[in-house]
Design a protein around this ligand. Sequence first.
Ligand code: GLU
Length: 281
Amino acid sequence: MKLRKVTAASAVVLSIALSATACGGGNKDNSSSSSSGGGGKIKIGIKYDQPGLGLKEPNGDFSGFDVDVATYIAGQLGYKPDQIQFVETKSADRENALSRGDVKFIVATYSITPKRKEKVDFAGPYLLAHQDLLIKKDSDITKGTDLNGKKLCSVTGSTSAQNVQQKIAPKAQLKEYSGYSECIAGLQSGAVDAVTTDDSILAGFAAQDKYKGQFKLAGLKLSNENYGVGVKKGDTELVNKINKAIEQMESSGAWEAAVKKNFGPANYQNEPAPKIGQIVQ
Ligand code: GLU
């Protein structure tokens, strides 16, 4: 898909439009033709089951910080919210979705890692999160090594699953599912003793009405997860445009507004906005 060029005049219009829509989320994933400027659709990969980050609501709306970041970036590239088609990109599918060209870019709690950079390119980072554990309120797990011998859930293709096996608790009985919502259901039923992934994701689940008061985060900061925007390997032009869009989102206050809107309800204490190109090891 060809990206439309943003002229100075349309950038002004866009920035006005974005101030009303950047934090709005709520785009439907139907494919009705766009009302604006004759532009086509842009396909963006997000998560569908991560409250506060990337969530497909029962009515078909999308919400979360990643959705707002994706919507803002698309706006800066010349796409109105109704020209966005969100596509689910699960943790294990992300590199392939970009290589195949299923989506133009991915905003899906996607940590920048050297291994992934062999297959895809990243813009950003736009958020720094940390791996943590979600456990039952009365759990006696207090540190990473307590997981050895325990049933632990994470997601296939995630950095969290890899970290547990290689560093945190190699003797944990790791169950890998395709999405975090399945892990959380397992924690509630007692099928697993803990769920591990980024604190940003776990906080969103813990705050959901149906789980309120049942779980707690261990607060361990087991890793640094630098969230980037994934693009097809070699598309440097798009990386540069997305980096500019992220900088604009941060300097305009839209980043902070999206943080408050999406992480406020879960009481997630996020790190300050990272600098483009600066990876926290
Ligand atoms: N941020 C980590 C990753 O990219 C964990 C969350 C996820 O699976 O998306 O692997």
